[in-house]
Design a binder for this molecule. Structure first.
Ligand code: ZN
Length: 191
């Protein structure tokens, strides 16, 4: 297909489009399990890096989700957190998720955010964040997280965001290990 200079198109993978539009996960652990499921599926389907993220209302209704598409889409920026954010903003028709009629929104990510995704949390309007695997887990298989501040949790909490880390960390490490075992590409560009 010819590329247009006036539009950028990012396709969510085919399998992802068949994921449920509605999902009720009243427990935070259930929400994390869904983010981990997305990460694992992305590896098994070979559609991107081992990362998944989902946006929920604070009472546990799924709003949108996202998976890492760096290689399949050909963009260094399209991490799972970014895709979940953009899918939510697209569906809710707002660049500021704080303005959503659904009330406060939560981002649940299978892994700790990298420097880019950490930065995006200041701009997107989430009220809370839950992460699974740590930055250390991510870097252990070769990905770079960049210079995320040591006290990144406190920094976000100072902005009023509720942050929970290392939720179901062992389960969240599985997609990372799977990706490594498959010998899939580690795509750090570096500076
Ligand atoms: Zn990222």
């Amino acid at each position: 297909m010819a590329k247009s200079k006036s539009n950028i198109v990012i396709h969510n993978p085919k399998w992802f489009r068949n994921e449920p539009r509605e999902l009720y996960c009243p427990l935070p652990e259930q929400r994390m399990l869904y983010a981990i499921h997305l990460a694992k599926q992305n590896v098994l389907e070979k559609t991107g890096g081992p990362f998944g993220a989902a946006v929920f209302t604070t009472d546990g209704h799924l709003v949108a989700a996202g998976v890492n598409l760096v290689i399949s889409a050909g963009f260094s920026l399209v991490h799972a957190e970014i895709m979940a954010t953009m899918n939510a903003q697209h569906l809710l028709d707002t660049h500021d998720l704080k303005q959503s009629e659904l009330g406060p929104l939560e981002l649940v990510s299978s892994a700790q955010p990298c420097i880019q995704c950490y930065g995006s949390l200041y701009l997107s309007g989430f009220s809370s964040l839950i992460t699974g695997a740590t930055g250390e887990d991510v870097e252990k298989i070769g990905f770079r997280e960049g210079p995320v501040p040591e006290n990144w949790v406190e920094q976000l909490e100072a902005e009023g965001m509720l942050v929970t880390t290392e939720m179901l960390r062992k389960d969240a490490q599985e997609p990372l290990q799977l990706y490594k075992n498959f010998g899939m590409p580690i795509y750090n560009s570096g500076v």
